[in-house]
Design a protein around this ligand. Sequence first.
Ligand code: ACO
Length: 478
Amino acid sequence: AKNVGILAMDIYFPPTFVQQEALEAHDGVSKGKYTIGLGQDCLAFCTEVEDVISMSLTVVTSLLEKYKIDPKQIGRLEVGSETVIDKSKSIKTFLMQIFEKCGNTDIEGVDSTNACYGGTAALFNCVNWVESSSWDGRYGIVVCTDSAVYAEGPARPTGGAAAIAMLIGPDAPIAFESKFRGSHMFHAYDFYKPNLASEYPVVDGKLSQTCYLMALDTCYKYFCHKYEKLEGKQFSLSDADYFVFHSPYNKLVQKSFARLVFNDFVRNASSVDDIAKEKLAPFSTLTGDESYQSRDLEKASQQVSKPLYDAKVQPTTLIPKQVGNMYTASLYAAFASLLHNKNSELVIVLFLFSKYENQLSLPLFPHTSDIYNNMQAGKRVILFSYGSGLTATMFSLRLHEGQHPFSLSNVATVMNVAGKLKSRREFAPEKFVETMHLMEHRYGAKDFVTSKDSSFLPPGTYYLTEVDSKYRRFYAKK
Ligand code: ACO
């Protein structure tokens, strides 16, 4: 199989959210702490009728329907998640309900877990399967699903929730460059969930930030080594069009890209111009440890990297800023933002153009998708996946035009990111906190039915109706 990768995608996030600005006022922190300090706009959360299982049922059903995939065509289903509902029964087995009713129980794969990295592990498994001798010619599906919730305190505003489903197969518009990959795996206690009675993690916020940046540096080093060995030339940030990061909050993404620019400066790579070199020169003698602590370096490298950030990273930030940390889904939601943004930019440009160019005015929209697919073809996207504890990989994807329905423009259309963001319902912070309290009681509980009010859920959404006396969970579809 050639050009194995992502053929199609869909994303689901709960329609219920709080504004970070309102949360700042409610929490009594200084104005701007969450919006500017963390760089976040909104935080989506599951109410009592949603969880990681309902969200993944919703997104997998939607993926199959929107791309008209027969459930019998699926031969592997992998789930990445760190939200524990059951210590033995995988989320994958809940999703089998979609397939067994069509007579397909011949589907390999289970769940992968290590903090926010499980989705990437699942994706690599699925891609490896399609590339292997055990592949039977059918598609794979990878699901990333998480509800990120934190105890009250500074980490709480970095919560979020979403599920993403990706269809995996050959001749993909989003193909893996599997040879270009660098990993860093290490034992650390930066973020972990040792208390099995609680959904909340134990988190050392400052350590997790440093672990993330150190993992980024190390992955980039290995990535560059492998690239240079295979291509016979140095890799620099100029060799990729977009950089997508696991996004706990946007500020860390800004710092991460700045860190890569600093890496290129230290490696004397061609992507760093003379002005940037001059600004970064005072930091060239810092030791690794010192460089993580230096506020001046952070400031200087962020300033120097700004134009490149705007071109190569900013288009990936929409959903993570609007929804929050989605754990395993965060990296892929950032990637989805890129496809969405580049598509809408083009639609706007062509629309404006059509107003002045009569000959372009009609059948404009049928052509837009071709132009989009063509413009993005050949572009290289570098992704950085990070899961606390810790596991991290930097890897490379190459965009291709693809064939309908598996084309970049169709993926952007199907995901309908703008429509989903627009039709959300804002909750007051008090209501969000109340929901968190209720969910604390519900976590690990049995024998309850959920509220009958699912009016705010869009049609097609699965929701939890009951957990019976034997902890069995029941879902309905709106
Ligand atoms: N206006 C503008 N900026 C402000 C304001 C304000 N009024 N107040 C504070 N800030 C800035 C701070 O200067 C700081 O910026 P900096 O990072 O550039 O220094 C930023 O806001 C955050 O403020 P802090 O006081 O440093 O942060 P706090 O202790 O409140 O917690 C943290 C932040 C550690 C990210 C916390 O939210 C957390 O623990 N989150 C979960 C862990 C996490 O996401 N880690 C990332 C990798 S691991 C993972 O993915 C889970």
